[in-house]
Design a protein around this ligand. Sequence first.
Ligand code: AMP
Ligand code: MG
Length: 343
Amino acid sequence: MITEIRSASPENIAYAGRLISEGKLVAFPTETVYGLGANALDAKAVEQIFVAKGRPGDNPLIVHIAEMEELSGLVLDVPVNARKLMDAFWPGPMTLILPKRDCIPDTVSAGLDTVGIRMPGNASARALIAAAHCPIAAPSANRSGRPSPTCAMHVFEDMEGRIPLILDDGPCAVGVESTVIDAREDVPIILRPGGITPEMIDHCLGAVRLDEHILSPVQEGTTVRSPGMKYRHYAPEAKTVIFSGDEEKVREEIIRRYDAEREHGGKPVILALDNHNYGQREILSLGSVEEPEAAAARLFAALRELDHLGCTLALCEAVDTAGIGLAVMNRMGRAAGFDIVRL
Ligand code: AMP
Ligand code: MG
């Protein structure tokens, strides 16, 4: 199969919508990461997503809608907290877990009785959903286990020959996946941090909890609230280690390990914030400390770049977990298998 990349023009969006309505797969831009979309109500179409990605069948997909009116046909109930969050943050980088109607195939929900729903902020994504005349089920458009794609070329690297079309709308503004929230109870719980931060949710509802696996690994056999937490994810080929704590100690330890790796003939690379000095050593910048949004927008591209550089050891500075920093540390932590050195 030839994989075309086309700009997200109105004509190309209309064409992409036709492909989706015919049961085919289309990769498309959202403000978080690029998604791999299929008609959410067509089980056969959705199955192809799992094949193209190599995604485990027990990891459910998020269903994307363009208009509020679509919601009642997909879910049985919208609890009051979920409604408040939608009013505050949709369209935007937030997914809500809701009780599903029977029209949502089991392949989408991975057999759960709930479904994750999101109205994306990216106008091309919503135009595609409208053009397809159906809700679109879409996970991130990477092969399973790889860093999520934040531009069309990342999708092409992973999906060439597997899907007919990638809609290109430039780099993703947020750069990490949506915040997944279960707001069915009084205190909402964040299952996956993202562009809508705990602080924003707390401000909206006056309460918020974090799932205990956001910054720690899931032990085998543990029952998790969100199946995606179980899987190795976002991982570059290189061994990846995170260093957190006192800034100067972090810098010294990274330099020590970098130089040792070089002596052993390896290819170390540092993922660092701009204002830290590593001399001539090879760095991929995550932007400045003052701008955590930049680290979110750059992280996945940096993890992919490690592979392009032939990196053997990735040495990563931890970032502050305030705001969107929590999402950055969750993704970085999972890329490193939560190998975190505290100094
Ligand atoms: P992806 O689309 O690749 O970013 O992955 C979607 C994420 O949402 C995964 O981590 C899933 O585990 C999570 N998710 C989707 N649907 C549900 C659901 N019904 N309950 C809990 N988590 C969900
Ligand atoms: Mg994903």
